[in-house]
Design a protein around this ligand. Structure first.
Ligand code: NAD
Length: 289
């Protein structure tokens, strides 16, 4: 009989971590009177971004974090956005600042992210936090790979000495993912759009993290028996159904563990944003986390 992979239920793990976060929020409030606050800045009318921002607001409410939403028009000048970020940097009720990306083309995203104080950069995109990750120091970790690390911890996957293949080298997922796996002593291979013989590399991997954005690019038959498969991709197929970067059915018959899409990595990303925000509030309040 064909073996079938265990599903890594991102929703369930996420719910458990959110319960913990809720308790930490209450703990901080009762000790210090401080309520953690997350400011979310949305520029323009990108439909996906509007949904993400709304979901982040709801998730904050759900765990008792105060959410401050700032919506600016598409033609917002760079200086106006910079001024808002500067204000939020100073605001004692705000412990986390998130500027929803992508920004309209006329705005310099790097400069905007770099203007956020690293102490409130709960997305972990600021160059200081990226540098802290690379050099193995404390700092905010990028939420998607951070959530994936929590999932791997949850299934007690021992990374030491394992061969990990990451497909995708974006600044928000692929690159920081590799650094986090390296920190846990995995041997990391980065694959990307110029990689030769992707199949061969994936066939040798104990862990596959697919963060590409191409529906079912990773074929089930490429998965090594017993591997762990993490699918970050969120794509619409021709029928409008949400699908990942991995051929889920075929991969499930070979992998030991696999994340579904939806219900895998997605919920974990927002959860780690909440986690980073609460951790930041503890730090600002001088409380051990
Ligand atoms: P991106 O578009 O910035 O980068 C994609 C990467 O894939 C690039 O590094 C590119 O080199 C690589 N690539 C493209 N085509 C390839 C190919 N044929 N073979 C091998 N590599 C190839 O992507 P991103 O922002 O990292 O997002 C990747 C996917 O993950 C998207 O579907 C996105 O929606 C999803 N995503 C999900 C979450 C979540 O929380 N679930 C978070 C972030 C991104």
């Amino acid at each position: 009989m064909e073996s079938v992979a265990s599903i890594i239920d991102g929703k369930k793990i996420s719910d458990e971590i959110r319960d913990e976060i809720r308790q930490r929020v209450e703990g901080l409030q009762s000790k210090t009177g401080v309520t953690p606050g997350l400011a979310v800045v949305l520029v323009g009318e990108n439909e996906a971004s509007q949904i993400y921002v709304r979901n982040k607001g709801k998730a904050c409410e759900n765990v008792g974090i105060q959410s401050f939403q700032h919506t600016l028009p598409e033609d917002t000048p760079q200086e106006v956005l910079a001024h808002l970020v500067a204000q939020l940097n100073q605001d004692p009720n705000v412990h986390g600042i998130l500027v929803q990306l992508p920004l309209p083309k006329a705005l310099a995203s790097f400069d905007v992210v770099a203007a956020i104080t690293p102490e409130k950069d709960v997305d972990g995109f600021h160059p200081v936090n990226v540098g802290n990750l690379v050099t193995g120091r404390e700092g905010f970790r990028s939420c998607t790979p951070f959530g994936i690390m929590k999932m791997l911890e949850y299934i007690k996957f021992e990374l030491k000495g394992k061969d990990a293949v990451i497909i995708g080298r974006s600044n928000i997922v692929g690159k920081p993912m590799g650094m986090m796996l390296l920190e846990k002593n995995a041997t990391v291979t980065y694959c990307h759009s110029k990689t030769h013989d992707l199949a061969k590399k994936i066939k040798a991997a104990d862990l596959v993290v697919a963060a590409v954005g191409v529906p079912e690019l990773v074929k089930g038959e490429w998965i090594k028996e017993g591997a762990v498969v993490i699918d970050v991709g969120m794509n619409r197929d021709t029928a409008g159904k949400l699908v990942g970067d991995v051929e889920f059915g075929a991969a499930s018959s070979r992998a030991a563990y696999i994340t579904p899409v939806p219900g895998g990595v997605g919920p974990m990303t927002i959860t780690m944003l909440l986690y980073n925000t609460v951790r930041s509030a503890y730090r600002f309040a001088g409380q051990p986390f």
